[in-house]
Every structure is written in structure tokens, then in C-alpha cells.
Write a protein that binds this ligand. Structure first.
Ligand code: SF4
Length: 293
């Protein structure tokens, strides 16, 4: 039986970890980019980002003032009892974390423009559910910043445009975005499904560690081509020029309708925040993305 209180405590901790400490794979990618950057201005921007990351970790303060809209991904073991308590626990955790960490209140009613003040609202935090075999509950939090979300794009391409059309759409998205998403970014790209499925898969692709190549060799090749094409734009760190515009590109796909070729690009900024934990049936908690003493 999963305890609502344990889920709430773990989710507060995950939010704190996510906004104050980047996962090691993202830190390594930023360090690598700094090492390889050739322009003076690009190097100094990456240096400032790395210093920011280090300070946030040391002082336990959010690395960016925009702590994003809170999205949870829950992998629920089919043998876990008490799953009906999880949604309330995640909402409570979001409100508590907003006050304690603190997080910037980012949940605004689109009609009245009223901010709820605690990052909860209709469909916020958003919870993605996946049923999996087993008796553990895996929770991932993705706080998604507005600057990078605003330049995400969906293209309902024609199937005749194919992979070349996809590549052009991705690079055009990067060029149109320019400095706005605080590059170097991570791109989640998905093709196929319908409009909603492509966007969902593209955002979920942002959860993949940056140091693991795609196990599908075709997709790994496409990711590399897209990475090189995006970096050849010269937009560079914070849009001030340089060779690192994207840290990585992650591709996923779904089968599609014969008449449709949706391509989704979800852009994530350098603050590629995410944190995951697994709660076992005996209440033991295992943090998967961060070291927790
Ligand atoms: S895009 Fe990312 S780094 Fe830039 S302000 Fe938004 S959350 Fe912060």
C-alpha cells in the first residue's frame, strides 16, 4: 500500500533537487560544451552558466528564477495499492514546495489572468500515468520553463516531405527560436502519431539522459545529424554566437496515419531540470537521478 505522505515527501524532495541541482549528465554536457567552445563570448556564457549551476547546488537555491510549470511522470506498478492517493499527494507536494523552496508561482488562469499562487490549478501540475508491471512507484518531475516552451513547435507536414522535411522543420524551429530558449538547449523531437501524441513523445524525450545514445541505430544517426545541423546555425550559448546551440537532440516516434506526418519539437533550455525516484512497497525510497545523503 503506497502512503500518500511518502509520495508527498518524495515529490517535494524531487522538486527541490530538480530546481537546485542538474543531473550529472546535463552538467557533464555543459562542461564538455565549455571545453569545446571556440568563441570567446560563447565560452564566457558557458562559464557563467556553470558558475550559476555550481552556486545553486551549493546554496540550495533555484538555478533560474523561472522554476517552470510542474509536470510529473508516474510509472505505477500494477501491484501497487493506494494509487488513488497519488494525485492529491503530488498536488499537495507542489503547493508545499512552492512555499518551502520557494518556487515561483507559475499557474495562471488563462481567462481571468489570476495566478493561483501555489503552482496548482486546472491540469497543473500535469500528471502523466503509465501502468507497468511490478510493485514500485516511479515518479519523475520535469519543471518546464516558459522561455523554452514558447518556442516549441508542431508541424503537420505532408508525408511526401518525409525525413528531409522533418530535418528542415527542426532546424527552422531552432533558427526561429534564436536566443529565446536560453541556449544551449536540448531538443525533444517526435514524429508520427497524431498532433497530441507527437508533442507528448517529444516532451517525454527530454527525460532521456544526455550521455546515452539512442539504442535504435537509425534514430541515433538522425539525432547526430540534427545535433550537427542545429549547431551549424552558430546561434551559440545564450544566442551570442558559438558552436554549441544544442547540447543534444532526443528523437522518438509513433506509427502514423497514412495521410499525416506530424513532427513535434519541444525545446528545453540549458536548465534541463529533471529528478526521479522509485518508491518500493516497503516504503524504501531510491533516488535515481541525484545523490541523496
Ligand atoms: S528558458 Fe530556462 S534558463 Fe531561460 S529563463 Fe526560462 S527556465 Fe530559465
Amino acid at each position: 500500500m503506497v502512503s500518500g505522505q511518502v509520495v508527498e515527501n518524495v515529490a517535494v524532495k524531487l522538486l527541490q533537487l530538480a530546481v537546485t541541482e542538474l543531473p550529472q549528465d546535463v552538467k557533464d554536457a555543459l562542461k564538455r560544451a565549455h571545453h569545446e567552445e571556440e568563441t570567446q563570448v560563447g565560452k564566457s556564457q558557458l562559464e557563467a552558466i556553470l558558475k550559476n549551476v555550481e552556486l545553486a547546488e551549493k546554496t540550495r537555491a533555484p538555478m533560474c528564477q523561472d522554476t517552470g510549470v510542474v509536470i510529473f511522470y508516474v510509472k505505477a506498478g500494477s501491484q501497487v495499492e493506494g494509487l488513488d492517493k497519488v494525485e492529491t499527494a503530488l498536488r499537495n507536494a507542489t503547493a508545499k514546495a512552492t512555499q518551502e523552496i520557494p518556487l515561483r508561482p507559475n499557474a495562471v488562469d488563462p481567462f481571468t489572468q489570476k495566478n493561483t499562487g501555489d503552482n496548482t490549478g486546472r491540469h497543473v501540475p500535469y500528471i502523466h500515468w503509465e501502468m507497468v508491471p511490478g510493485d514500485t512507484l516511479e515518479i519523475t518531475v520535469l519543471p518546464k520553463g516558459g522561455g523554452s516552451e514558447n518556442v516549441s513547435a508542431l508541424g503537420m507536414l505532408s508525408p511526401s516531405q518525409g525525413i528531409d522535411g522533418l530535418k528542415k522543420f527542426v532546424v527552422d524551429t531552432v533558427i526561429n527560436a534564436g536566443a529565446k530558449p536560453c541556449p544551449p538547449t536540448v531538443l525533444g523531437v517526435a514524429v508520427g502519431g497524431g498532433a497530441d501524441i507527437a508533442m507528448k513523445l517529444a516532451k517525454e524525450a527530454l527525460l532521456k539522459p544526455l550521455n546515452q545514445p539512442n539504442p535504435n541505430p537509425e534514430l541515433a544517426k538522425l539525432e547526430q545529424e540534427l545535433r550537427e545541423a542545429a549547431n551549424s546555425t552558430g546561434i551559440g550559448p545564450m544566442g551570442l554566437g558559438g558552436k554549441t546551440t544544442v547540447l543534444d537532440v532526443k528523437v522518438d516516434y509513433a506509427h502514423r496515419h497514412p495521410a499525416s506526418y506530424p513532427v513535434a519539437v519541444v525545446v528545453q533550455c540549458w536548465a534541463a531540470r529533471r529528478a526521479s525516484a522509485r518508491i518500493h512497497s516497503d516504503g524504501k525510497v531510491e533516488y535515481l537521478t541525484h545523490k541523496v545523503a
